[in-house]
Design a protein. Structure first.
Length: 209
């Protein structure tokens, strides 16, 4: 299956070269429901992850060499053993995986997301999946779980000393240990301008800030 995916992606790439003189493209480039895209650029290839909510397999990963033609190459959640029994116990019609963040760090791909089991009982937890090869359908590992305190949209950021931070809606910032799933004390950064808490925070380092 992995070989077939690689061949299909290579064929799509070759077709793109042949048709490259045609600059017409359709927007959105990912048709259908692909909300909350998170993308990285690694070795001249763009990779994107999107929300999947209650769908299984979950959290699709797409690849493109030109940001126009995209190929579905794997799903982060592809087997029940990664989160045993979770889907069977999900009662929220608006449950499942929310707003994944895709990152590349030290040769590995990481996807952070939250899974909502129940909104009534406030049953939600964070997860971090990792893979060295996103083209491998079954290559995403069993995730590390972490506590989010009902906050969604986790982001991943590694500082220069390799400390890993998670920013979540609210907006809160805390450290995360990928070996244990333990999180540090939350620091509240900003509560928005009214109404619901601000969502989709992302932290980057630029010009030493």
């Amino acid at each position: 299956m992995q070989l077939i995916l690689r061949l299909s992606w290579a064929i799509a790439f070759c077709i793109g070269l042949v048709l490259g003189e045609n600059s017409t493209y359709y927007n959105p480039v990912l048709s259908g429901w692909h909300s909350d895209p998170s993308c990285v650029h690694v070795n001249r290839t763009f990779f994107c992850a999107t929300s999947s909510f209650l769908s299984f397999p979950g959290i699709p990963i797409y690849a493109s060499d030109d940001l126009v033609r995209w190929t579905l190459i794997s799903h982060v959640w592809s087997r029940d053993s990664q989160l045993p029994g979770v889907s069977w116990n999900t009662s929220a019609t608006q449950g499942g995986f929310y707003a994944p963040t895709l990152r590349y760090h030290n040769g590995e791909f990481y996807v952070a997301s939250v899974y909502v089991v129940s909104i009534v009982d406030i049953d939600i937890f964070g997860v971090v999946f990792r893979s060295t090869d996103p083209f491998d359908v079954g290559g995403w590992n069993d995730p590390v779980r972490f506590e989010t305190s009902w906050r969604i949209d986790p982001d991943l950021f590694w500082d220069d000393d390799d400390t890993l931070y998670v920013a979540t809606s609210g907006i809160f910032l805390q450290t995360l240990d990928l070996d244990t799933g333990n999180v540090g004390n939350s620091i509240k950064i900003w509560n928005g301008t009214g109404g619901e808490s601000p969502e989709g925070p992302h932290i980057y380092k630029k010009d030493s800030w």
